[in-house]
Design a protein. Structure first.
Length: 219
């Protein structure tokens, strides 16, 4: 075990002569990830189009500065997918969304999903409406665009969001502009997923940070 450091070859190699407690503290300090200020992280994330809505005070209502700087970028990216914890509960960042899939309970649920996705990029959807009848196992969402009406049918899985709606939205973006896609991390957050809409340039900037893996939702 790395904690049993008395006489450790690692410390003998470095010429240290310290107590086990001192050696443990030095070991942790040596390998600890350097802190990066929230302000610096936000400047880097801006290259991916990720911008903080409102103020740092809104962010710090839910997440402490030390927490966000101790695990730079990943913790902040995940935090920005949430909302301000006071009315009107606005998104901390339009570009990112930590989407809880257990959210489809009644009429308006799929409308809210499309409105949140549209806030990420804005494809021009208008007059978004939906129908949700969980007990009757029927759900759909409809919208207008360029004087045409569109309707997507969703499968009912109790109160769970049908992932096919996210795939349909990604395809909708791709048809309008192949350079704009919906990306997702469906692996790391249990019943939630981190979603984002990026251009190819923005996604490269995001991917280069190597903090949160994401894939195109349509893939």
């Amino acid at each position: 075990m790395c904690w049993r450091l008395r006489g450790s070859p690692f410390f003998r190699l470095l010429g240290f002569s310290a107590s086990p407690v001192e050696q443990k503290l030095m070991f942790n300090s040596f390998f600890q990830m350097p802190r990066v200020s929230v302000e610096t992280q936000l400047k880097e994330l801006a290259a991916a189009g990720i911008l903080l809505n409102g103020s740092l005070e809104d962010l710090f209502l839910s997440f402490g500065r030390e927490q966000l700087e101790r695990k730079p970028y990943r913790a902040l990216i995940e935090a920005l997918g949430g909302e301000v914890e006071c009315e009107p509960f606005a998104p901390l960042c339009h570009k990112l969304w930590m989407c809880d899939f257990e959210r489809i309970e009644d009429h308006g649920a799929y409308r809210d999903v499309l409105l949140r996705l549209e806030a990420m990029h804005g494809s021009g959807m208008e007059n978004i409406t939906d129908f949700v009848d969980v007990s009757g196992e029927e759900a759909w969402v409809a919208f207008d665009h360029a004087a045409q009406s569109h309707r997507w049918t969703a499968k009912v899985y109790h109160d769970w969001l049908d992932p096919a709606i996210l795939v349909a939205y990604d395809d909708w973006l791709r048809r309008a502009n192949p350079d704009v896609r919906l990306y997702a991390n469906l692996r790391d957050y249990g019943q939630s997923a981190l979603l984002a809409v990026f251009t190819s340039r923005q996604f490269r900037a995001f991917r280069d940070l190597r903090k949160v893996p994401m894939k195109q939702q349509g893939d």
